[in-house]
Design a protein around this ligand. Structure first.
Ligand code: FES
Ligand code: FES
Length: 153
């Protein structure tokens, strides 16, 4: 076991981990941060997405030891005070059903909007191409983002 100091949602957290533990498990099981979900544990579904220094990554593919010294953001971190405008738009459009994919999609789109506040539909599709949603067919997800950003169709 090794002690790590992880910066999660702007807080420094101390945690003991094995060298082969993945960030997803450490967040959920050792730090009690439950928004990243485990859908496949092999990089296929995007349910475990977190932001690492602002970039969306699959936390099942990142070792916890690799995350030390970086800033980790989860949905808990972007909505601590109140829901983001993106989250409000998703609610307005009933964008999710079971919600399993929601945290990953929210973070992937949050990264996109930081870079492109008015993305095209193609850019939106590309930003969540690695986030699987089994319930919605994606249309209400795209509609919420397009309405929020009034991007180019
Ligand atoms: Fe990480 Fe599916 S759990 S991509
Ligand atoms: Fe169920 Fe997306 S709302 S997987």
């Amino acid at each position: 076991m090794k002690e790590l100091i992880l910066k999660v949602n702007n807080e420094l957290r101390s945690v003991y981990v094995e060298s082969n533990e993945i960030l997803l498990d450490v967040l959920r099981e050792k730090l009690g941060i439950k928004s990243p979900k485990c859908g496949c544990e092999r990089g296929d579904c995007g349910a475990c997405t977190v932001l690492l220094d602002g970039k969306a990554v699959r936390s099942c593919l990142v070792l916890a030891v690799e995350a030390e010294g970086h800033s980790i953001t989860t949905v808990e971190g972007i909505s601590a005070e109140k829901l983001s405008a993106l989250q409000e738009s998703f609610i307005q459009f009933n964008s999710f059903q079971c919600g399993y994919c929601a945290p990953g999609i929210i973070l992937a789109v949050t990264e996109l909007l930081e870079k492109h506040p008015k993305p095209s539909l193609e850019e939106i599709k590309e930003s969540i191409a690695g986030n699987l949603c089994r319930c919605t067919g994606y249309t209400p997800i795209f509609d919420a983002i397009m309405d929020l950003t009034k991007g180019d169709k």
